[in-house]
Design a protein around this ligand. Sequence first.
Ligand code: IPM
Ligand code: MG
Length: 355
Amino acid sequence: MKIAILPGDGIGPEIMNEAVRVLNALGENFEMEWADVGGVGYANHGHPLPESTLKLAQEADAVLFGAVGDFKYDTLERALRPEQAILGLRKNLKLFANLRPAILYPELAGASTLKPEIVSGLNLLIVRELTGDIYFGQPRGRRAAPDGAFKGAVEGFDTMRYSEPEIRRIAHVGFQTAMKRGKKLTSVDKANVLETSQLWRETVIDVAKEYPEVKLDHMYVDNAAMQLVRAPKDLDVVLTGNIFGDILSDAAAMLTGSIGMLASASLDESGKGLYEPSHGSAPDIAGKGIANPLAQILSAAMMLRYSFNMNEQADRIESAIKKVLASGLRTGDIYEPGCQRVGTKEMGDAVVAAL
Ligand code: IPM
Ligand code: MG
């Protein structure tokens, strides 16, 4: 089992260290190879996704990814920005299915900004399409506006597009995931306004015929944003496109008290995956040793479950984390009075000890 370890920027390297220690503590035979990605890829190799890194990611059985991005690269042209690394990996490895669970650990109910009764017991999963939509749609760019009231003025433009097979493929992932959970699927679109979304909705309804046991409903994305903060427990599996999934998954993450707790998997057709925390590189706290490593550690657990079929080991990691939380250890992002505040390394130590 070869794992490409791509820590990236900001807090990425710190939290990755802890995840690797946890993996090593399992006593399995993982082969791990590290490579630069993101801003550090640009700094060391002139590109956020160096060719050698892409090659490693392609060869490996799974990719464990940290986070990319740093203020210092904000002025780079878009093609060289750190974010291009993760977008390039998704596209090149054809990782079209992004699974983002939002689970509230009972111990952290007080860390949510929502009332405990709204969020306690929350366990929802966003299935986000990851290689299409306005993120990758061509044409895009800048030009003189060809028409309209501002004809001739500089305009930026992007293209939202989804083909039918592309929608079908992610819809199957959504329904299959729903079959393994509560058999309830909410498809989110903006079919009242967008052509892309109309095709999305029709296609999802068609795919639904193959999954008669799954209860399907549809929501416009603005309403979904509202329902997420109003009654998030009414949602189970949420199926949506790339841009809506980007936005909703941050909101869903925060319901759980901290985006520092959430892992994600990005899978290709054959189940090969890239696993990364749902949070970003948090450059403002990088190097301080205070970042929460749990999302990275949970991403490693997700990797064991989805790519290596090592459910028992994944369970062990997840139980170790529950134990550590129950013992009152908290990093700053999930800290509450009465708990013990610890740093990145102490949190990693505690998980290893609990294992
Ligand atoms: C995410 C991130 C990325 C995205 C960025 C870093 C390109 O926000 O994984 O949600 O927009 O997909
Ligand atoms: Mg995002």
